[in-house]
Design a protein around this ligand. Structure first.
Ligand code: SER
Length: 582
């Protein structure tokens, strides 16, 4: 079964069971600089897990685009992916353990037709604070799982990060039929016989900074099923790279270079797909946060293309193959084709300029280390390669490993943190005007993007629309379509208009309506397909109306003075304004 068919079956199954299908949130959480990427389907739903009413009700289902980067340097093996799709269903204080388990069981055995004996289950085994979850095991048995296939484990507990909604979970594993690696081989073993396919979390606690658990207002269910893995298993493939999701690109890479570097081919195919998904949702390479993750992905991909001696001009062909291959699942890839291609090529050009020099520098340092009888490249060298030649640390690490050396990543991390701390202090000093609270600042910037969007329409014409935005506590960045460099006069007019509206102390109001009503009313919207059927529309006086999740200031007088710092090309037909609030 193809991945897209699994996705469709999933959504249909849960829709049949009373769930509303909601759209995937963008990969990059909107206006939340504290999180780099959505890493799980539950992330955009946190307020609702905590008790806020969801406009679509208390049974939801979706597919969520996710990026997890902790394992970035594991990519290349037979299972790790940085981008993946998670199918999920949620009960927000509605059904709980029994119904959730029955639905998961029915979906797997009836819809996907997985033989029941291939399913293995793990259940929370209890700890100092909480009891073993016998109840969950009973429901699995009632559904039809043999007692022998159920294991109790202490660490069946799920939380995103350190604090937030959490609870015990029950994980579903698929037996690949491979032989047991030892007598004690069980789903907890990572030899590859048992593969985790689905995680049902019973979210009923909130964990605070002190590690204290308090019961949530409601008992929720949060489940996540990894689409690529499911496709791999149902198709009887060894790795996700053998499924239709990656195969055309993997084949092309083999056609371009027939040597047996499967790892490099996987890295190229994986990192390219992730980069495309991130760029398509508004990410751009940079040296900080999510921009830096993207930069690392693209640069590591390029290094492996060089390693395979594949002409870097082939990147465009690979991108085209992915767009054709994935556009049914992700139409945004086709819509953003130009931006994706230009961003990756621009980043490639930047890296290629320093790559050869960096490799030379690395060789010099490597020879020094060898002469001194050392097997370790110091963190200082890793940092220098990063700082001067733009080498992501995992690239240096790989170069070292290819030469049977290791690198002092801990020392690098220390130097990197010091460096970040210095730039953070630098930018905080730049900050004036008493807007010290991070949230207040980003919220003000967010409202300012709406004003800028409206002002550009007045100055450049009504067909000017937002194409992306990014907010930090220091500045806002705003991309929009426009076929020319803004004149000084246009910039000044735009700036003046925004400041006029700020001074006019316009109220910001919020209204809920159907998506159709919102569009009819002329509300501005960047990615219409990304919004649920019921949307919130923010109005600023009579000058701006946008579909948006908020939050915003209540009155434009809270924004401060708006100043355009820079106007530049972002990509073909797209201009970018960088602005600050003083
Ligand atoms: N939040 C859980 C996970 O990511 C279930 O969706 O595994």
């Amino acid at each position: 079964m193809k991945a897209i068919d699994i996705r469709n079956k999933y959504l249909k199954f849960f829709e049949k069971h009373g769930h509303k299908v909601i759209p995937s949130a963008p990969l990059i959480p909107e206006n939340d600089p504290s999180v780099l990427f959505n890493t799980a389907g539950m992330q955009p739903l946190v307020p609702y897990l905590l008790g806020q009413k969801h406009p679509e009700g208390n049974r939801l289902t979706d597919f969520q685009k996710c990026v997890r980067t902790v394992d970035i340097d594991e990519v290349g093996d037979n299972r790790h992916l940085t981008y993946f799709e998670m199918l999920g269903n949620w009960s927000l204080g509605d059904y709980f353990k029994e119904e959730s388990i029955q639905m998961s069981f029915d979906f797997l055995t009836k819809e996907l037709k997985i033989p029941v004996e291939k399913l293995y289950i793990t259940v929370f085994g209890g700890n100092e604070v909480l009891q073993k979850d016998e109840e969950t095991a009973t429901y699995w048995q009632k559904a039809g799982i043999s007692k022998n296939n159920i294991y109790f484990l202490k660490d069946n507990w799920w939380i995103a990060g350190e604090t937030g909604p959490c609870g015990s979970d029950t994980e579903i594993f698929y037996d690949t039929g491979k032989p047991k690696c030892s007598e004690n081989c069980n789903p907890d073993c990572d030899c590859g016989k048992y593969v985790e396919i689905w995680n049902n979390v019973f979210m009923q606690f909130f964990k605070d900074e002190n590690g204290e658990l308090t019961p949530l207002k409601q008992k929720n269910v949060d489940t996540g099923l990894g689409l690529e893995r499911m496709a791999m298993l149902l198709q009887g493939k060894e790795t996700p790279f053998d499924t239709e999701l990656f195969k055309p690109v993997m084949d092309k890479l083999f056609e371009l270079q027939k040597i047996d570097y499967i790892e490099s081919r996987r890295i190229i195919a994986e990192h390219l797909r992730s980069s495309m998904m991130i760029i398509s949702d508004g990410g751009r390479p940079s040296n900080v946060d999510r921009g830096y993750v993207l930069r690392r992905l693209i640069r590591r991909m390029i290094r492996h293309m060089n390693k395979l001696q594949i002409d870097l001009n082939e990147i465009s062909t690979l991108i085209e193959i992915y767009v054709q291959n994935l556009k049914e699942m992700y139409p945004e890839l086709e819509n953003n084709f130009e931006i994706i291609k230009n961003t990756i090529i621009e980043e490639k050009n930047k890296f290629v300029k320093t790559l050869a020099y960096g490799e030379k520098e690395f060789n010099k340092e490597m020879n020094k280390a060898i002469q001194n009888g050392e097997k370790l490249i110091s963190g200082k060298v890793v940092f220098k390669l990063y700082d001067t030649y733009g080498f992501p640390p995992e690239v240096t690490k790989e170069l070292a490993e290819e030469n049977k050396l290791t690198v002092d990543i801990q020392e690098f991390d220390k130097l990197f943190k010091e460096h970040q701390e210095k730039s953070r202090q630098g930018s905080e000093q730049k900050f004036k005007g008493g807007l010290a609270e991070q949230n207040e600042v980003t919220v003000a910037y967010h409202t300012a993007t709406h004003l800028l969007n409206a002002a550009l329409k007045v100055v450049l014409g009504p067909d000017t629309h937002q194409r992306g935005s990014n907010i930090t506590t220091e500045r806002m960045r705003f991309d929009f379509n426009c076929d020319h460099k803004l004149t000084d006069e246009e910039k000044k007019k735009t700036e003046d208009l925004v400041n006029e509206w700020i001074q006019a102390e316009l109220p910001v109001t919020i209204e809920e309506m159907t998506k159709e009503e919102a569009i009819k009313s002329g509300a501005e919207c960047m990615f219409i397909e990304k919004y649920p059927d019921i949307v919130t529309v923010y109005k600023i006086g009579n000058i701006s109306k946008e579909l948006c999740g908020g939050p915003h200031v209540r009155n434009t007088s809270e924004i401060g003075k708006f100043k355009i710092k820079k106007e530049e090309a972002s990509s073909a037909g797209i201009r970018r304004i960088k602005a600050i609030l003083e």
